[in-house]
Structure formats: C-alpha cells, structure tokens
Design a protein around this ligand. Structure first.
Ligand SMILES: Cc1cc2nc3c(=O)[nH]c(=O)nc-3n(C[C@H](O)[C@H](O)[C@H](O)COP(=O)(O)OP(=O)(O)OC[C@H]3O[C@@H](n4cnc5c(N)ncnc54)[C@H](O)[C@@H]3O)c2cc1C
Length: 309
C-alpha cells in the first residue's frame, strides 16, 4: 500500500495538469483489490490516506464504492450516474427506461459522472412509466470528458446512454447509497484538510511566520476544527445507519467547510506563491471548493439537516 500511495502522489500533478485519468494507477488499485466491497471503516481510512496523496484518485475510489453499494459486485470500476440538467432535483429525470424483452432500454444524458470515462458498469437513474427507478448498465457508453477545474483525472464526464439495463430498485436505493457516499466523501475532505494543514504548518515554521501569535492562533483554530471533525466522523462510522440522512449530511457539510478553511489558510501562508497555477495550495484550494458541490451541494445538506429539526 505504501508504494501505491507513493505512486499516487507522484502522478497527481500530471493528472491535475492534463485531466487524463491514469490507467496504470487504476490497474494498480484493481490489483490491490481496492474495487472490492469493504467495511465502511476501512474504506474511509483508505480514502482519507489517498486524499492526502491524490484527491482525484480518492474521488474515483469513493465514486466506485458509492455505485458498488447498489450492486452485488463489479470486476472493474463502476460509476454512479444520477445528475442531469435539473441538478439537485434528482427526481426531475429525463433519462427514460422502456421494457425491451426481459431487460430495459435506457436512453438519456447524465452529467458530471465521476469515472464516466472508464467505468465498466454504471448505476443509472431513469424514468419508467412516470416513476424514477435505478438500473445497472454494462458495457460501452459514449462519454465526453468535462474540463472541470477540480478532481481532474477522475474521468468526470457527460455520459450518453442508449444501452440495455437491468432494474436494481427504486430511487430510494440511490438516495440511501448517498448517505454512505457522503460519509466516505467527508473522509476525502478530511484528508485534504489535514494535508493543507501539514503543508501550511511546515511552511509557516520554515519562514518564521509561526512566531506571529495571529498565525499560531489560526493554526490552533484549524487544529481544533480537524480534531472535532475527525471525532464526529469516527462516531458516525462506528454506528453507521444507512437510513439516517442527517448525520451523513452534517459530516459532508462540516468536512467540506473544514477543507475549505484549511486550503484557504494554506494559500494565505504561501502568499502569492500559493496562487501560482498547479502549485499545491492553488490546486487543493480548487479541490476543496468542489467538495461542497459534489454528492449534493451544501445547501441541500442544510435542507436535509434543517427539515429534520
Ligand atoms: C467533483 C464532482 C463530482 C461529481 N460526481 C458525480 C457523480 O459521480 N455522479 C453524479 O450523478 N453527479 C456527480 N456530480 C454532480 C453533483 O452531484 C451535482 O453537481 C450536484 O448535485 C448539484 O447539482 P448542480 O451542479 O446541477 O447544481 P444545481 O442543482 O443547479 O444548484 C445550483 C445552486 O442552487 C442551489 N440549490 C439547488 N436546489 C436548491 C434547493 N432546493 N434549496 C437551496 N438551494 C438550492 C445549489 O445549492 C447551488 O448552489 C459531481 C459534481 C462534482 C463537482
């Protein structure tokens, strides 16, 4: 695993610059069995460690397990394709499913699908007789890479479906899986937050900025945020309830905010150098921002939490 993390770290800059997914890294991940179902605790640990080295690959692994949660198995990588033009309103689905023999024909366009470029299997929402259902689709799809400014090299694509699919269940299956996915993504955010904190602290010590009480106190505040977040995430993982929408939403809301605060401070500590394109601070600043949009925006997380009050 150490070698894998080392290689993942080395390849990250190129992935961010080119937006190309790394076949060799993905193959390595398969060889290590990282695509196989695992305990939530192990998956969260893996994603947190990976996020410190290569957040794009960490997102690919997270998205794979989110989709896998709806499936029995998948030999390669899978993707979770829910988002359409209507964005947060996942019930407004234009993708259609029509009975074709003993399966369905799925036709439609999904957007921002992580792993979309290389996935072997897709979990897709589609409307059949006015009801949104979830299907599994194998094989070739037309995928068009999106030039997002974060999580580059994660294969995030527009995916055009005109494929045969098998019914997995109703939309509840995908919505419940998102609870699992949000806890995992929160660990990705925690990994980014920790990396930003460590890099900024090293720099502040090296440059003597740490002698300034204002700087030290900001580190103390961020350290407290990270510690409290880690404790909360641990408690949610320890007694994870897939039907609980509120705690995963709190995890995702808080974790993305902590990641944003840490990345923002890292840029501050580096000064103008932190704004140089593809420098680590500038890169992680972009990635942290995307975390409050992916797997449901933070406004939607607030909706989930506030409606349960
Ligand atoms: C890095 C990344 C990876 C992703 N991976 C996947 C993936 O693998 N599969 C997939 O299906 N999708 C994926 N997405 C898409 C993601 O799920 C959507 O971007 C997200 O659900 C929001 O939809 P939208 O971007 O269309 O924004 P919109 O829904 O158009 O929202 C625009 C703004 O309006 C706000 N808003 C919308 N509705 C409400 C409301 N009811 N109350 C208050 N405010 C509201 C939003 O918070 C936001 O600020 C990914 C996105 C990112 C950034």
């Amino acid at each position: 695993m150490e070698d894998f993390l080392k290689l993942a770290r080395e390849r990250f800059v190129v992935m961010d610059k080119t937006n190309e997914y790394d076949r060799e890294l993905l193959r390595y991940a398969l060889d290590l069995g990282l695509n196989e179902k695992m305990q939530l605790r192990d998956l969260c640990e893996l994603v947190e460690s990976l996020a410190k080295c290569n957040p794009s690959l960490a997102l690919s692994i997270s998205a794979h397990h989110l989709a896998l949660n709806c499936l029995k198995d998948c030999e390669g990588f899978c993707a979770f394709a829910l988002t359409e033009k209507s964005g947060s309103n996942v019930k407004d689905v234009k993708t259609s499913a029509e009975v074709e023999g003993d399966v369905y024909r799925i036709v439609g366009l999904k957007r921002f699908v992580t792993n979309g470029e290389f996935a072997d299997r897709f979990v897709v929402s589609a409307k059949v007789e006015g009801k949104v259902m979830v299907f599994e689709v194998d094989g070739k799809v037309k995928a068009e890479r999106i030039n997002l400014n974060a999580f580059r090299g994660s294969g995030i694509s527009k995916v055009y479906f005109d494929n045969r699919g098998r019914l997995l269940g109703d939309l509840k299956l995908a919505i419940i899986s998102l609870n699992f996915g949000r806890v995992v993504l929160s660990h990705l955010a925690l990994g980014i937050a920790k990396r930003c904190f460590e890099v900024a602290l090293r720099r502040a010590k090296k440059m003597g900025l740490i002698e300034n009480a204002g700087v030290r106190w900001r580190f103390a505040e961020l350290k407290s945020e990270i510690e409290v977040l880690s404790g909360y995430l641990k408690s949610v993982v320890n007694d994870f309830n897939p039907k609980d929408f509120v705690r995963p939403a709190i995890c995702k809301l808080k974790a993305s905010e902590v990641a944003k605060s840490c990345s923002d401070f890292m840029v501050e500590v580096f000064g103008a150098k932190g704004l140089v394109t593809h420098s680590l601070p500038e890169t992680l600043y972009r990635y942290a921002k995307a975390l409050d949009i992916g797997e449901g925006t933070n406004e939607i997380m607030k909706e989930i939490v506030s409606r349960a009050l």
